[in-house]
Design a binder for this molecule. Structure first.
Ligand SMILES: NC(=O)c1ccc[n+]([C@@H]2O[C@H](COP(=O)([O-])OP(=O)(O)OC[C@H]3O[C@@H](n4cnc5c(N)ncnc54)[C@H](OP(=O)(O)O)[C@@H]3O)[C@@H](O)[C@H]2O)c1
Length: 297
């Protein structure tokens, strides 16, 4: 198939690209100027449309013979003063792409959403992911929506950040009790799902919630990451109200690592029953121990 991929230069995209290429697909990727270097390894194998989502009229005629769209664009924090908002990047971007696909008669559309997408979430991240899903579901396109939990794998900053913090600080900060549950999923399971969905009819019209086979608390996840490197995590628990207060004051500074929205997402927990995804697409779930080893290798 000839695929139009948006968000290909990110962490997940750069894991998905080689899988799609291996499967024999031809890729046309919309890449912002300067971001090509993030996927240098694949530049010879893909076609690039250089530009942003807001410039659709200037590049849309380059979309010749596309069979499907894959939209991975997303942000984890917003900077409204710079026009970077969840509403724009999650909802309005998906709407523009879905409209473009419809206009060009391209039916198949794979959409990256997130576990927790809901109109009732406290986090704008999840509310706008949900709004995008709703638009797509009413678009008349042949959509598949993926809602992964935290995606673990090589190239994800989280594992490195945890280990660096353990090396540089005497105590590892945990927000609140740390007993909120997580269900990280291996990046290879999610990329396999995207690739297989392109050929599996049964995937069309499905919302796949995707968590890994292991469910544990945030505390336990930090312990497991530490143990994988032969370390012991010495934790300090910081009150939620205090962390929300500090994040509220500093979150619009890019260098401050945390936002109130991210704290809300952690506390809302992130786990699900993913049997439909693994069974429909005949995928073997990868256990967390394996994922950590791969991420650290
Ligand atoms: N990572 C996870 O654990 C996780 C879990 C669930 C769902 N997701 C979803 O998976 C998707 C990919 O996540 P990721 O972890 O790969 O994130 P990422 O590394 O930050 O990649 C985000 C992608 O979106 C693009 N993008 C961001 N702002 C843009 C803008 N203004 N215009 C055009 N493109 C823009 C980025 O392009 P540039 O390279 O040019 O910045 C990049 O290609 C997102 O939709 C995210 O919500 C991720």
């Amino acid at each position: 198939m000839r695929l139009f991929v948006t968000g290909a230069s990110g962490y997940f995209g750069s894991n998905l690209l080689p899988r799609l290429i291996e499967a024999g697909h031809k890729l046309v990727c919309l890449i912002r100027k300067g971001s090509e270097k993030k996927i240098e390894k694949y530049l010879e194998d893909i076609e690039i449309i250089s530009g942003g989502i807001s410039e659709i009229p200037s590049w849309k005629d380059q979309l010749e013979d596309i069979d499907a769209f894959i939209n991975l664009i997303g942000i984890i924090r917003e900077f409204p003063s710079r026009g970077i908002t969840f509403e724009k990047l999650h909802f309005r971007t998906t709407k523009s792409l879905a409209d473009l696909a419809s206009e060009r008669g391209i039916k198949r559309f794979l959409q990256m959403s997130a576990l927790g997408a809901s109109p009732d979430s406290k986090a704008e991240y999840h509310r706008t992911k949900y709004k995008a899903e709703q638009y797509l579901q009413e678009s008349g396109l042949a959509w598949t929506i993926f809602r992964p939990a935290f995606i673990i794998g090589k190239g994800n900053d989280f594992v490195e950040t945890v280990l660096n913090l353990m090396d540089s600080a005497p105590l590892f900060p945990i927000i609140g009790s740390g007993e909120y549950r997580m269900q990280p999923v291996d990046v290879d399971n999610v990329t396999e799902g995207f690739v297989k969905s392109l050929s599996e009819q049964t995937a069309s019209g499905k919302i796949y919630e995707i968590g890994g086979p292991d469910r544990f608390s945030y505390n336990r996840m930090v312990d497991l990451i530490a143990e994988a490197r032969g370390k012991k995590a010495r934790k300090i628990h910081l009150p939620v109200f205090m962390m929300k207060g500090v994040a509220g004051l500093f979150e619009y500074f890019k260098s401050f690592p945390l936002t109130k929205g991210q704290i809300n997402m952690l506390l809302e927990e992130n786990f699900t029953d993913s049997r439909e995804f693994f069974e429909d697409l005949n995928i073997t779930p990868i256990i967390f121990d394996e994922s950590i080893k791969k991420a650290l290798s």
